[in-house]
Design a protein around this ligand. Structure first.
Ligand SMILES: [Mg+2]
Length: 368
């Protein structure tokens, strides 16, 4: 089964902010939209696979990496030989980067190849990976950054009303985090993604200050995010568990983090670390170190669902990060949702990774 075409598709998704909903902030400015980078792979057997690569602010660059570096290497190759193909591709391009757009592009392609493998076998991905005892997984509402306690409280209440049992904030001040705790009440797990604001000493001080708010974890508290020794130092004194991993680029880097005891929770991102293939290695490695894996997965289609499949195959408890936002128009419509009572996300049962995107919607949202 030969790969005949690899097409990166960059989408601009507009948030639905009707009804006066507060606008999230990114880098200090309002961010009323999100990018999603889908990867479509066609084969000579008529099977098409869909993947998703990390986009955020690098969508156009990753799009170029897929189109100009990765596609020419892989077109004409056997789509069913995922492990050797990924190995060869990573090895051939390591000098261009073991992280960033190259690895993000490889990740999107790997996910699309697994989608093809599932469709060819007539099995949902989790069955190809060994099966699962779970048909759904608990999701957590990953709120965007608002930098405003009124908005944080509003979205915390709304997410809980919609069925979520666990909340994650992207805030790093006492006022904003306390606003969420007050809105949620005692006992609701709240995670805080700080997005790298502090030095090690500042993070230690903030961890002490935030103790009364009973947080499930502090995520990426230190800049730079690859100060692994700093994370380990924080973890050795922090009563709040430490989480990180979305900016860890590959399985070898996770190994070093585990070896120095830097993490309570590891958060590999399937659209960045090499897709399904590498994500599975990180789960296996983490198990040998006794680290809990809760992947980073605020994605929009195959990136989110591939992560759900891998999580479903793991016997340890984990949670699915679900981007908490409504969109005006979404290529997957309402095919991916969290149960209004259960707070859980279903493991897809169709062959491959999951539902396919609506091509008409793609045409409307596409920017590259
Ligand atoms: Mg994060």
């Amino acid at each position: 089964m030969k790969i005949t075409r690899i097409e990166p598709i960059l989408l601009n998704l507009k948030l639905d902010l009707s009804g006066g909903a507060p606008v999230p902030m990114r880098g200090g400015v309002p961010a009323p939209n999100q990018q999603s980078l889908l990867v479509r792979i066609d084969t000579d057997e008529g099977i098409t696979g869909w993947g998703e690569a990390f986009a955020l602010s690098a969508g156009a660059i990753t799009h170029a990496a897929i189109e100009k570096m990765l596609a020419p290497r892989l077109i004409g190759r056997d789509a069913s030989q995922i492990a050797p193909l990924m190995r060869e591709t990573m090895r051939g391009l390591y000098s261009a980067g073991r992280s960033g757009p190259v690895m993000s592009g490889i990740s999107g392609i790997d996910i699309a190849l697994w989608d093809i493998a599932g469709k060819k076998a007539g099995l949902p991905l989790y069955k190809l990976l060994g099966g699962a005892a779970k048909t759904s997984l608990p999701a957590y509402a990953s709120l965007m950054r608002y930098g405003d306690p009124v908005a944080v409280a509003r979205y915390t209440r709304e997410a809980l009303d919609r069925g979520y049992k666990v909340i994650k904030l992207h805030e790093h001040t006492w006022d904003n985090i306390q606003a969420s705790r007050r809105a949620a009440g005692e006992g609701v797990p709240i995670m805080v993604d700080c997005t790298t604001p502090w030095t090690v000493n500042e993070a230690i001080a903030m961890s002490r200050k935030l103790e009364p708010l009973d947080l499930m974890w502090l995520e990426e508290p230190i800049y730079p995010p690859d100060d692994h020794g700093g994370l380990a130092r924080l973890r050795s004194v922090s009563r709040i568990p430490v989480a990180a991993g979305e900016n860890v680029s590959n399985v070898m880097e996770f190994k070093r983090l585990f070896e120095i005891g830097a993490l309570d929770y590891a958060q590999p991102s399937i659209t960045k670390v090499g897709g399904v293939s590498e994500q599975r290695k990180i789960f296996a490695l983490a198990e040998t170190f006794g680290v809990t894996v809760v992947p980073h997965s605020p994605y929009f289609g195959p990136g989110l669902l591939a992560s759900v499949h891998v999580c479903a195959t793991v016997p340890q408890p984990t949670w699915v990060e679900r981007y908490y936002a409504d969109f005006e128009l979404h290529p997957f419509g309402d095919t991916i949702h969290v149960g209004a009572k259960s707070g859980e996300i279903a493991v897809p049962q169709v062959p491959g990774v999951g539902p396919v995107p609506d091509e008409v919607v793609i045409a409307k949202l596409r920017v590259a």
